[in-house]
Write a protein that binds this ligand. Structure first.
Ligand SMILES: Nc1ncnc2c1ncn2[C@@H]1O[C@H](COP(=O)(O)OP(=O)(O)OP(=O)(O)O)[C@@H](O)[C@H]1O
Ligand SMILES: [Mg+2]
Length: 454
């Protein structure tokens, strides 16, 4: 397969000229033609050519350059990087300069010489390509520079700014966000940007450790403190001295321990289980949860005083579906990364996959996206990943009058029901297959009105 020809939009109201141009340039470019401003704008929007050849004398005032200049500004407003070459009437040097002042890349006077046109177009496409490569490289650099967290959209930039601001203080931070939104990664970024970055980063997932063991995990124990405590052992808090302690799923911590943790936050002192000695520990605490702590507080399962100690600074990570084009940026970054890991380079998404990636609601957020791309890279047979490779095949058919919300819900329902059937109603397995946490999966079921029996 040869590379597709670059697209060139030619805007001229004279049919004869359009035909001539097409004939002369069609070997090198995919030619798109338009005869007035409205058509030009519409075709530009859908085809996104990198270069436009624009006759300034357009209807309804072909005798003046005004309509042409309006078209020029309109196209530049849609895409400021487009290279537009304007064609002006004989001896209209002033008009040409006005056009360049308004953002045209270059100009040609009538009558145009085809050789000149060819040379100029070649240069335009070359510059456009270089600029695009440069932008992509910049984006990659900028993106990689934030401790591995990708995101160029406004709301992630806000998150990065907050991370920068809080990192150098020692204030406790509470990170909120749905499952898979990057809470742990954010905690690590805060640590990396802080003065404690050479100290340890110790994470403890409060929901993954049996209740009976959390206390000794956190605070450590003395020899003989309980059956099985054969030797003295430091807890995670002590191990994090000089660095950062990350308390993940803080909503799951038992009430009794909340008191002990609060004491530690107040005076930076701990006692090992079975110990009498007070130990001073200098650590920075970051907590995270995808649970609703406010609800926990009204229901009495989470202490308010602890909440205020932990949430001196609150950082909320937006769900992936609210991050605009970041979803595509992330998908492409993962594609490149996993492609390299698997020795498959040059993989791309088909336009259909990209559309579905944008439309899907990503209940499991970045983690789900990552899992789907990883699986697609492994399974893909060609270079282009279609919706079926991402297992988004059934999703969001373009036809019909369903609203976006209805379409999303129908896809979600289909997927949830499918995995539930497959795993005979076992929630843990079904959630794992979709790449979401159990709570998220329950929320989905509740939202869609799906009962367990189904
Ligand atoms: N902005 C991002 N850029 C790149 N990778 C990300 C980003 N956010 C999350 N990830 C990746 O997505 C996965 C999930 O992130 P992380 O574990 O930090 O999320 P979480 O909110 O702690 O999830 P959970 O609630 O399931 O514990 C990780 O593999 C992480 O590397
Ligand atoms: Mg996590």
């Amino acid at each position: 397969m040869t590379a597709p020809k670059p697209k060139l939009l030619i805007v001229d109201d004279d049919e004869e000229i359009r035909t001539q141009m097409r004939w002369a340039l069609t070997a090198d470019y995919e030619i798109i033609l338009a005869e007035d401003r409205a058509t030009a704008t519409e075709r530009f929007r859908s085809a996104r050519p990198a270069v436009v050849l624009l006759d300034l004398g357009l209807p309804p005032h072909p005798g003046t350059p005004e309509e042409g200049l309006a078209t020029l500004s309109g196209l530049l407003a849609l895409d400021s990087s487009v290279k537009i070459v304007v064609i002006t009437g004989q001896g209209e040097k002033e008009v040409a300069l006005r056009a360049v002042g308004a953002g045209a890349y270059d100009f040609l006077g009538k009558p145009v010489e085809m050789d000149e046109v060819r040379m100029l177009l070649k240069r335009c496409f070359h510059v456009a390509l270089l600029e695009r490569e440069y932008r992509e490289m910049q984006q990659r650099l900028q993106v990689e520079s934030f401790e591995g967290l990708l995101g160029s959209g406004g709301n992630m930039q806000t998150v990065f700014n907050s991370i920068r601001k809080v990192a150098t203080t020692d204030a406790p931070v509470l990170i909120l966000g749905e499952s898979g939104t990057g809470k742990e990664m954010t905690a690590r970024a805060i640590h990396q940007k802080s003065n404690r970055k050479n100290g340890p980063f110790i994470a403890i997932n409060c929901s993954a450790i049996p209740e009976a063991l959390i206390e000794s995990e956190l605070f450590g124990h003395e020899k003989g403190a309980f059956t099985g405590a054969h030797a003295q052992r430091k807890g995670r808090i002590e191990s994090s001295a000089g660095g950062t302690l990350f308390l993940d799923e803080i909503g799951e911590i038992p009430l009794l321990l909340q008191v002990k943790l609060l004491r530690f936050l107040q005076d930076q002192c701990i006692e090992r289980v079975g110990g009498r000695q007070e130990i001073q520990v200098d650590t920075r605490v970051i907590a995270a949860t995808n649970a609703n702590l406010t609800k926990g507080m009204t229901e009495g399962t989470f202490r308010e005083d602890l909440f205020y100690r932990l949430a001196v600074v609150q950082l909320t990570l937006p769900p992936l579906r609210d991050r605009g084009d970041d979803v595509v940026l992330l998908a492409k970054a993962f594609l490149q990364r996993f492609g390299e890991d698997n020795g498959k380079t040059g993989l791309t998404f088909t336009p259909d996959s990209l559309r579905l990636i944008r439309q899907y609601t990503w209940p499991g957020n970045v983690r789900e996206l990552q899992n789907r791309v990883r699986r697609a890279v492994i399974m893909a047979e060609g270079k282009r990943l279609g919706p079926q490779d991402m297992e988004l095949g059934q999703a969001l058919k373009p036809d019909g009058n369903a609203s976006l919300k209805e379409a999303r819900e129908s896809v979600e329902r289909e997927m949830v029901e499918k995995v539930l059937r497959k795993h005979s109603g076992k929630i843990t397995a079904a959630a794992a297959e979709l790449g979401v946490s159990r709570p998220t999966f329950y929320e989905l079921m509740a939202k869609l009105g799906i009962g367990r029996a189904e």
